[in-house]
Design a protein around this ligand. Structure first.
Ligand SMILES: [Zn+2]
Length: 506
């Protein structure tokens, strides 16, 4: 795993402690480090790529004799800090390919508000670029760069190292194949990672208890239960700060270990990559790992992760079944491939009860929930929210924090039709979980899922006129959990940085 070191001395660019200098700047030829600006300007005379794309220059006086200059310019109208992440990924890959093992990173301090965290975002993007899948590491594939020096970074190296530890943990949990990262393995990985830390772990494994407390989650898991190694788990994590608690964040994460679609089977090649359907639970577990190291004051964070394999088999849940939820709502199953909302519903119902007694509570669910969200917003998470969150402008605050950390999100308000769409028309049930076809073929497919969860979890009874209003935000990360190819791209750990930035905004 990549770690960072603060480097205060400007002379470090000449030090043999480092073996490459990476400079990310809007204009590399006018970079404030005179020697870098001179080298880049000279190189530009014979190579027009300098200042346009990341290049490696021979620099005999500098650390390792290697200078990598990468341009990053944030467009004032529609740009965001992610251009620094993209430049850093290319630059650190170049450094690694050139044989560097200890690069020093320097990033322009950018005056534009949306790029205030450019140096932090660039450093963390290096971690994203250098991360290798757990299976590859277990097979002995080496990771060449394990430490980087940071000059003029806006966040301390210790903070960035803790965030990278969380992100790396989240990528491992999300990106590992379903036998190696079964629900049991996921739970065990959490138990080991948090042992002796500031985060407590509780694992619920007992079938009768899962059946009683998490009925919809247990229905999703039904066809997996005959195979002992595929059985479900619920993992509860809690971080309690020292000193007074001013604020409580309650997080629910979808951890579908593998999604075959169940009886509504995924066909035509759409099942491949479905080991990544646990990105929500993974990102939350990663955030908790970062919090266990950073130990912020004032905020208590409670998380429930639903870890289930959606298998197909003779005992599989099928559409038309009616199941009563933990909150006492009768749910008709509309589509067994819309399983994530069933899992989250039960986690949210438990968090709802905790929220009622908590100091200034906010509930947030994170899930690779619907292909509709990915169709609607591409790689930007869809942020759906209830009336209570809306009235306190929490979605805008989260969106601002997310944009600063390079994880911009799209606001997606609920409307009355979303609730009408989930009403069961027969009276035999209160709500129906989904339409019979895939969400991307359904009008307002991802909003409908959020409306369903509000109803089925009992959260709908905590609206603005209730005696106990509870703010709720749902993040559908279906298009954001993996970068590029959903099957083989690297897990992003989104929205870990957004949530970290959000919980320390006060
Ligand atoms: Zn599914």
């Amino acid at each position: 795993m990549l770690s960072f070191v603060d480097v205060a001395d400007p002379q470090a660019i000449y030090s043999d402690e480092w073996d490459a200098v990476i400079v990310i700047s809007a204009d590399v030829c006018r970079c404030p480090i005179t020697e870098v600006a001179l080298l880049a300007s000279h190189a530009q005379e014979i190579d027009k790529r300098v200042g346009r794309v990341p290049v490696l220059l021979m620099a005999p006086g500098l650390a390792g004799g290697r200078l990598i200059v990468a341009p990053a310019q944030c467009d004032a109208d529609y740009g965001d800090v992610s251009v620094f992440a993209a430049a850093a990924i290319q630059a650190v890959t170049l450094a690694q390919d050139a044989g560097a093992t200890r690069p020093l990173l320097w990033v322009d301090n950018v005056p534009a508000v949306q790029c205030r965290q450019a140096s932090a975002v660039a450093a963390l993007a290096c971690g994203q670029a250098l991360w290798q899948p757990l299976e590859a590491r277990q097979a002995g594939v080496p990771t060449s760069i394990q430490q980087m020096g940071l000059m003029n970074a806006v966040l301390p190296a210790a903070t960035l190292t803790a965030l990278e530890a969380g992100r790396s943990f989240a990528r491992d949990l999300c990106g590992t194949e379903p036998e190696r990262m079964s629900a049991i393995a996921f739970a065990n990985t959490c138990t080991e990672a948090f042992a002796g830390s500031a985060v407590t772990v509780e694992v619920i494994a007992e079938p009768e208890m899962l059946q009683r407390e998490y009925p919809l989650l247990s229905a999703v898991a039904r066809a997996s239960c005959a195979v002992p190694r595929h059985q479900p788990r619920v993992v509860k994590l809690e971080y309690c700060p020292s000193g007074p608690i001013e604020h409580t964040l309650l997080l629910a994460g979808k951890g579908v270990i593998y999604d075959t679609g169940g009886a509504s089977l995924k066909v035509g090649g759409t099942m491949s990559g479905m080991s990544r359907d646990k990105g929500g639970a993974a990102a939350i577990a990663g955030l908790m790992l970062a919090l266990s190291k950073l130990q912020p004051t004032g905020v208590r964070v409670v998380a429930e992760l639903g870890l289930v394999r959606n298998s197909i088999g003779s005992d599989a849940m099928v559409p038309d079944e009616i199941i009563t939820t933990h909150a006492g709502i009768r749910v008709r199953i509309g589509n067994s491939d819309a399983e994530g909302r069933l899992v989250l519903t039960e986690l949210l119902s438990h968090l709802r009860l905790q929220a009622c007694d908590a100091a200034s509570p906010e509930l947030i669910s994170v899930a690779t929930l619907t292909s509709h969200a990915a169709r609607a917003f591409g790689s930007y998470p869809a942020m759906v929210f209830n009336s209570v969150a809306r009235e306190s402008a929490l979605p805008e605050q989260l969106q601002h924090c997310a944009t600063l950390m390079g994880e911009p999100m799209a606001l997606s308000p609920l409307h009355k039709e979303d609730f009408m769409n989930v009403a069961d028309k027969t009276g035999a049930a209160d709500v129906i979980s989904a339409k019979p076809v895939g969400s991307s073929q359904v009008e307002r497919g991802h909003q409908l899922a959020a409306a369903f969860m509000l109803q089925a979890s009992g959260l709908a009874a905590h609206g603005i006129a209730a005696t106990k209003p509870l703010p709720f935000i749902h993040l559908d990360i279906a298009g954001a959990a993996v970068s590029g190819d959903p099957r083989y791209g690297k897990p992003t750990s989104t929205p870990l940085l957004a949530l970290w930035s959000y919980l320390r905004r006060r």
